[in-house]
Design a protein around this ligand. Structure first.
Ligand code: B1M
Length: 236
């Protein structure tokens, strides 16, 4: 008679922190959303700050997925499942990251540029910005210049954030900035850009105020540039 082998079943709550994170990397890789959600809850219960869970367990796991996607070991369907699992974990962390009770310090409109449907990094930036006290209007993915302009007109944000994950879509950020310049809107808005293929030189070359390597840098940069603007306004 076939017996269940109890050794086959991994009880997440019985793993120590390092083993659990390692297991979560595997579960993210395999797109196992429920296991990822359980792992996130366990780490939170063990006192991990939400930001640590996010960066060490989720972003860390997605890095491995990205490398194997690049190397042709994983394909779009698997990566979509991994992204779904990551989003499951992020949904648990979102209210906790936004729970700082910080007063609103500025408003940001953010969106992924036209032709690009990657949104995990952008969502993370939105979450962290909200957590730091910014009001965030998220335009989602695949935004043409008209969508950014309409949102800026309607919302009058302090900051426009753009995300691009593809080398083919990142030049579109310049289209948006050039249009802002042409319409006399550029000076009123801080423009921050981010996404894995970008770098500081690119940010400078397209006329952004800053390139943000990750969500934490986006928060720091946004705070610094808003403070600088307030100081300038107070001085002049
Ligand atoms: Co895509 N994909 N993908 N993909 N995908 C990449 C980007 C790629 C690098 C994979 C690879 O080859 N290694 C590669 C791009 C290569 C290139 O351009 N040179 C690639 C490709 C080729 C493609 C397709 C073309 C594949 C195909 O169809 N053949 C296709 C394109 C679709 C399209 O957009 N038109 C495609 C599709 C997909 C999925 C749909 C399967 C899925 C996206 C699901 C989703 O987002 N809902 C997907 C994924 C998941 C990835 C990888 C594996 C992971 C991206 C991610 O979520 N990272 C990615 C590999 C990689 O990046 N290494 C890859 C985790 C996230 C937390 O990091 O997004 O970098 P990231 O965000 C960071 C920072 O960059 C920064 O802060 C974030 C948090 O710290 N940041 C900002 C990001 N945006 C910011 C905005 C700011 C500030 C900071 O504003 C102020």
């Amino acid at each position: 008679m076939a017996e269940d082998n109890p050794e086959d079943e991994i009880i997440l709550s019985e793993l120590d922190d390092a083993e659990l994170v390692e297991q979560m990397f595997d579960d993210l890789y395999d797109g196992m959303k429920e296991e990822i959600e359980e792992g996130v809850r366990i780490l939170l219960d063990r006192g991990w700050p939400p930001y640590r869970v996010l960066t060490e367990a989720l972003v860390g796991g997605m890095k491995i997925v990205g490398e194997d996607f690049r190397d042709g070991i994983l394909f779009v369907p698997e990566v979509l499942l991994a992204a779904g699992a990551m989003k499951g974990g992020m949904a648990i962390l979102k209210p906790l990251l936004a729970e700082t009770g910080a007063p609103t310090i500025g408003k940001m409109v953010i969106g992924t540029v036209k032709g690009d449907i990657h949104d995990i990094g952008k969502n993370l930036v939105s979450m962290m910005m909200e957590g730091a006290g910014f009001e965030v209007i998220d335009l989602g993915i695949n935004n043409a210049v008209e969508a950014y302009l309409a949102a800026m007109e309607a919302e009058k944000p302090d900051i426009l954030g753009m995300s691009a994950l593809l080398t083919t879509t990142m030049p579109y950020m310049k289209v948006v900035i050039d249009t802002m310049v042409a319409q006399g809107l550029r000076d009123d808005t801080i423009v921050l850009v981010g996404g894995a293929p970008l770098n500081e030189d690119f940010g400078r070359a397209i006329g952004a105020d800053a390139y943000c390597r990750d969500a934490a840098v986006a928060v720091e940069t946004a705070k610094a540039l808003i403070a600088r603007r307030h100081n300038r306004a107070a001085a002049g």
